[in-house]
Design a protein around this ligand. Structure first.
Ligand SMILES: C[S@@+](CC[C@H](N)C(=O)[O-])C[C@H]1O[C@@H](n2cnc3c(N)ncnc32)[C@H](O)[C@@H]1O
Length: 411
């Protein structure tokens, strides 16, 4: 169902007006202007979102974020943006150094002593982590029986297939792309920087109490409005307790879609473990009064800002992970917490140093020296401390050396 163009707001009725709006946003954010094809895709997406608002009213922020990132063919992850890696908008640990995947490969091999030698990788990006893991397992003579990938972006799925074809054509029969989670899986599920790409809602402490963020528009563009929340009674009670010390204007994210996602992962795991690596905090730190602006961030051409309504479909939108909530959801669904630690500690305890002396591959993001790669992965002011690793398990009697202690209050 589509609406008459006359019913759309001015900024998405006329292409030239939309182009001017994007130029204005780029100027304000001090980022380069997108190419013509990207502006056209963004214009189409703006029309789709304006139609949704026309039919359904203001969109809760999570629904807007879902469209901006995953609208088929037009969202940031589903469309043609280069996204991650060299020349993209942001970099992740596998793109920085093969040592990341090589170390994860050792952890997987350790886990396989107590579960099936199978991997399910969620959101595999360019395919770099998959290739580094498989290459290391091949040289250790410890290949898995199958390496499954669940990737929501058709464009990234193609890039993953291309990378496998180019780098490890002999291992193609091992890698299987899935369209949905399997009903039942035994082995190790891994995901690097996937949870932070799952949409969140926004809420704000105001004079009237907690309010929720909705996306509306006027004739000049989309805008964020805070109104009475549509969250459940349970949510309201929990957050009323949490926010007692928050000043007026305190902004934060709410994570229902991520909890549902985690529950479905835990449900599909029959036996084995789940290793989730991402930016984030325990709940107390995440919702501390000293973090009044929330953690929502946008990435466009390696520049970071916090204006999610700009550059529609052309920028990544992400927010930190609430690890306490995820661990609690896992415990509530019959899983155990295997461990929780920083990326620095996980990689160090899993033996990253053994890969330092080895030759590095030529695909690594830049000409960073091995020392620089290690620094980015391990140093507290880089990824070392900000990125955490959460291990969950079901029917799994082993341990992973990357986790020393359980951490997290719930464990
Ligand atoms: C920030 S990128 C990280 C990519 C890669 N793991 C890395 O570390 O380079 C997020 C990835 O998660 C994928 N993704 C987002 N939501 C997903 C979901 N619900 N299931 C599977 N993949 C998802 C995106 O398409 C993308 O490949």
């Amino acid at each position: 169902m589509s609406v008459e163009p006359a019913a759309l707001p001015d900024f998405c009725r006329n292409y030239q007006d939309y182009q001017q709006l994007l130029q204005h946003q780029c100027h304000a954010l001090e980022v380069p202007e997108p190419e013509q094809a990207a502006i056209e895709a963004s214009f189409q997406l703006a029309q789709k979102i304006a139609e949704l608002i026309h039919f359904n009213g203001k969109l809760p922020f999570a629904q807007f974020m879902q469209q901006a990132l995953y609208h088929p063919g037009l969202g940031y992850y589903s469309g043609g943006s280069h996204k991650l890696g060299a020349g993209g908008d942001f970099v992740t640990a596998p793109e920085i150094s093969p040592m990341f995947g090589q170390t994860i490969a050792k952890s997987l091999q350790q886990a396989w002593n107590n579960t099936e030698p199978c991997v399910l990788e969620l959101g595999a990006g360019t395919g770099k982590l998959m290739c580094d893991i498989l290459q290391q397992c091949e040289s250790d003579n410890q290949l898995p029986e199958a390496y499954y990938i669940l990737e929501v972006s058709a464009e990234l799925r193609q890039r993953q297939q291309q990378m496998l074809n180019d780098k490890l054509p002999q291992l193609k029969p091992l890698v299987i792309w899935l369209d949905r989670l399997p009903e039942s899986f035994q082995g190790v599920i891994i995901g690097n920087e996937v949870i932070d790409a799952i949409p969140v809602d926004l809420f704000m402490q105001t004079e009237q109490g907690l309010t929720q963020g909705f996306v509306a528009h006027n004739n000049n563009g989309f805008k964020l409005e805070f109104e009475e929340t549509s969250f459940s009674q349970g949510w309201q009670k929990k957050h009323a307790d949490l926010c007692q010390e928050w000043p007026e204007g305190y902004l934060a994210e709410s994570y229902d879609l991520r909890i549902d996602w985690l529950k479905s992962l835990v449900e599909c795991l029959e036996q084995g473990c789940i290793v989730l690596i991402d930016y984030g905090y325990e709940e107390e730190e995440l919702y501390s009064p000293y973090r009044p602006q929330g953690s929502l961030q946008c990435y466009y051409q390696q520049r970071k800002h916090s204006v999610p309504l700009a550059l529609l479909g052309l920028q990544d939108i992400t927010s930190s992970v609430n690890f306490t909530q995820l661990a609690q959801a896992a415990l509530d669904n019959n899983a155990q917490v295997l461990g929780f630690t920083t990326q620095s500690q996980f990689l160090t305890l899993s033996g990253i140093e053994q890969f330092v002396a080895q030759p590095q591959d030529s695909d690594t993001m830049s000409s960073l020296s091995v020392a620089q790669q290690l620094q980015t992965l391990l140093m507290p002011n880089e990824m070392g401390q900000n990125i955490k690793v959460l291990g969950l398990s079901k029917g799994f009697s082993g341990a992973l050396s990357g986790f020393t202690s359980l951490g997290l209050n719930q464990a």
